[in-house]
Design a binder for this molecule. Structure first.
Ligand code: S6P
Ligand code: ZN
Length: 191
């Protein structure tokens, strides 16, 4: 078993940048155009404006072994695709029994969660919010503000990510602009 020595990472709370990221992942609109309820709006943006960065993840590199606690930041840029706010893909943990902690660093977002047995929950996060994603809950974050929404996450290494279920069926709840503010609505396409 590799021996990891203690370390500290400095985080820029406004950009989510790590002092020494082990990895950086960028998700662009072209990576997730089919996930937005108004896919035609996504296609229009891609054709007329070109691709757009939706969110960026910066994390520390740790081995995927029992007891390690990977952690990262996510920065979701402000904006919408049609009426739907910029969001992450969202996932279940492959090991459903593994939970996770999120901590808001800057901006304003919604954390959208659901279980496979039909429960849903949407909580608001601002700088200083510690949000708990319990075991068995799929999770997606949505930037509902005018600035970048940045948060920190930490989870158990073996949790791993299962994107397939959400890619196939979506989330039960959508966060859309309604009357000038974010509203949580049923997803008519949820299957
Ligand atoms: C990892 C944790 C987050 C997300 C990140 C991007 O378990 O939930 O760090 O990975 O916010 O979202 P997604 O859905 O693309 O992994
Ligand atoms: Zn997760």
């Amino acid at each position: 078993m590799p021996h990891i020595v203690p370390f500290v990472t400095e985080i820029d709370m406004n950009s989510g940048e790590l002092s020494a990221p082990g990895y950086v992942i960028q998700r662009k609109l072209s990576d997730m155009a089919t996930m937005y309820i108004d896919e035609a709006a996504a296609r229009r943006i891609l054709a007329e404006e070109g691709d757009r960065l939706i969110y960026e993840v910066q994390g520390v590199a740790l081995p995927a072994e029992e007891g390690q606690i990977p952690h990262c930041t996510t920065r979701i840029l402000a904006g919408r695709i049609g009426e739907e706010y910029h969001m992450t893909k969202g996932h279940y943990h492959a090991r459903r029994e593994q939970g996770e902690v999120y901590f808001g660093l800057s901006g304003r977002g919604y954390l959208v969660m659901q279980t496979e047995t039909g429960e849903t929950s949407v909580v608001e996060m601002v700088a200083g919010s510690a949000a708990y994603v319990p075991p068995y809950w799929a999770h997606r974050t949505v930037n509902v503000g005018a600035e970048d929404f940045v948060f920190f996450s930490a989870w158990e290494a073996r949790a791993s990510h299962d994107y397939g279920a959400i890619e196939r069926a979506g989330f039960r709840k959508l966060v859309l602009l309604r009357n000038g503010k974010p509203a949580v609505l049923e997803n008519p396409n949820y299957s």
